[in-house]
Design a protein around this ligand. Sequence first.
Ligand SMILES: NC(=O)c1ccc[n+]([C@@H]2O[C@H](COP(=O)([O-])OP(=O)(O)OC[C@H]3O[C@@H](n4cnc5c(N)ncnc54)[C@H](OP(=O)(O)O)[C@@H]3O)[C@@H](O)[C@H]2O)c1
Length: 198
Amino acid sequence: MQVKGAVMRKLIAGMKTSLDGKIEGTDGMADWVHAWSDDYGLTPQIDACLLGGGMYPGYEGYWTGIQNEPEKPAWITDSAPTPAELEWARFAAKTPHYVLSRSLTSARWPNTSFVRGLDEIEALKQQPGKDIYLVGGARTTASLIEAGLVDELRLLVYPLIAGEGKALFGTTARRRALELRKSEQLPDGRVRLVYGIS
Ligand SMILES: NC(=O)c1ccc[n+]([C@@H]2O[C@H](COP(=O)([O-])OP(=O)(O)OC[C@H]3O[C@@H](n4cnc5c(N)ncnc54)[C@H](OP(=O)(O)O)[C@@H]3O)[C@@H](O)[C@H]2O)c1
């Protein structure tokens, strides 16, 4: 139950996307992304992660690999984990993860639990705590924005037209205005965008 007068935790989505809004190519990989760390500056302000059932098994496998063998090339990027990825691997290991799924029932990580519907996400936001990071994937992020549950969207836009692939907003039906809060050009041509969603 929410304490009267308490500020509700924000749900903040972070996604790495091409200029044409693709979050992965036709092979199921975003090979233009060289590290899957939190590059949105979220880590200090969050204490929980929320993910869709579609991405959770791959996410768990990727970060378990880095946690167990930090010196080896990581699956997906095929490169040694970056310092920021090692930092996220450590943070993820001790941080509760919530997976939105009606079909998944088990996870290898002891800190992972399942939410079965949007009302449970609403309840999670009302619990005391820091903000919650919505890690993905596309359908979950788009549908939670559509449901009015996401407070902020942080995008890293890569300088690339990906062509065919999975669109971040491929399942969105309705128009929604966003408030641009911050934009920043990174030295490698990526652009960091922060939008408020009301
Ligand atoms: N570029 C990036 O920054 C980035 C970040 C994260 C992920 N990704 C990519 O995103 C891909 C996964 O995205 P995805 O769209 O296929 O799957 P997803 O969003 O991870 O998961 C979708 C699943 O979530 C569950 N779900 C339950 N209620 C839902 C609701 N109201 N709305 C939406 N989903 C609901 C359903 O699982 P059940 O059928 O079990 O109920 C549904 O099949 C991965 O391949 C990953 O690589 C990219």
